[in-house]
Design a protein around this ligand. Sequence first.
Ligand SMILES: [Zn+2]
Length: 306
Amino acid sequence: MEATNGLDPRAGIRSSLRDGVAGLLAGLYMGSRTLLRRGLRSAIPILNLHRVSSFRPEHSMTLQPETFRALLAGLQRSYRFVSLRELDRVLASGQSGEALCSLTFDDCYGCLYTHAVPILRALEIPATFFVSSGFVDSATPFPHDVETGFLDLPNFTSAQLRELGHDPLFEIGSHTITHCDFSKPVDPAAIARELAESRSTLAAITGRPVTRFAVPWGDLPRCRPEVIAAARAAGYERVYSHFGGRNLIRADGRVGYLLQRICSHGSAAYVRACLEGYRGRASFLPGKTPRDTWPPELHDTDLRRL
Ligand SMILES: [Zn+2]
């Protein structure tokens, strides 16, 4: 076609099409951003870590301090970290105007006091430490560390726990006495003792009430109804799993007794992906490392029946 007035009409059509497509893509992008923002506000993830240390970094649940700092600083760009107490309040209110996230640590690893706590204080990030009381002040290794040959990892001392318990940024919860494996047959009296004595021991050490309990290993076979019922009977206000991770904010303000957590298994990439809504296995992520393995099938388990 002949150009008129130096302008090619086809160019005008192409330009309109380009504008239309660009507008459509921009709309989709903005829509997805809106959905993402709504999604971030509709559920609160609880993150669960174990060790932060440069000592024995090959340990499968270890994040090195600089990785830990970068992970948290990065997450702070999208989330405001809140304590489990504040998370309870938000869930009960039935709404949140911002993206929130909570942070927890399990077991009794003393490296957290040395490496994680200074970073948490610098970034003003609250955290809860779920401690197996029988390991405090001891050199006893955890069962999962005995299995993999890690026998030289120091545990928390009473003095460290007391200091953390008195810092308003932190809270101490129970993780049983012995890191009890509830997937095996355990006498009901032994379950009751694991829950009650760990609670009273940690309260005596810290001088603070212990109101939260995280199930050791925390998968579905261990979060069985007898354990949850025993936690209620022992007076815990809330119980925490080791999978699932995102806790929906219900409009009616109803809060489940058992909340879900994301367990990192030492992979910062996996933590970040889960917090952004990823629901698959770590092994499907690009750039995976051997420590990115994740127990399959657990991630999408429906816990509503609990
Ligand atoms: Zn544990």
